[in-house]
Design a protein. Structure first.
Length: 63
């Protein structure tokens, strides 16, 4: 964070960075049907599912 950045400004900076990394150079010119990007979906969902599954397994191991 830069000098004088508020929390809101920092959130904007993070969102712009995320957009730039994921979408700015993505060629969607042939995606007329607006199909989802399976790799992108997996990349964003996998860590959440993995954490939930890990917590469930840890709980079961303690029993």
């Amino acid at each position: 964070a830069g000098v004088g950045y508020s929390a809101v400004v920092q959130q904007f900076v993070e969102q712009i960075k995320q957009y730039t990394e994921q979408w700015e150079n993505k060629d969607e010119s042939h995606n007329f049907d607006q199909r989802y990007d399976l790799a992108l979906a997996r990349k964003s969902v996998f860590p959440i599912v993995e954490a939930e599954l890990r917590a469930l397994v840890d709980d079961q191991m303690r029993e």
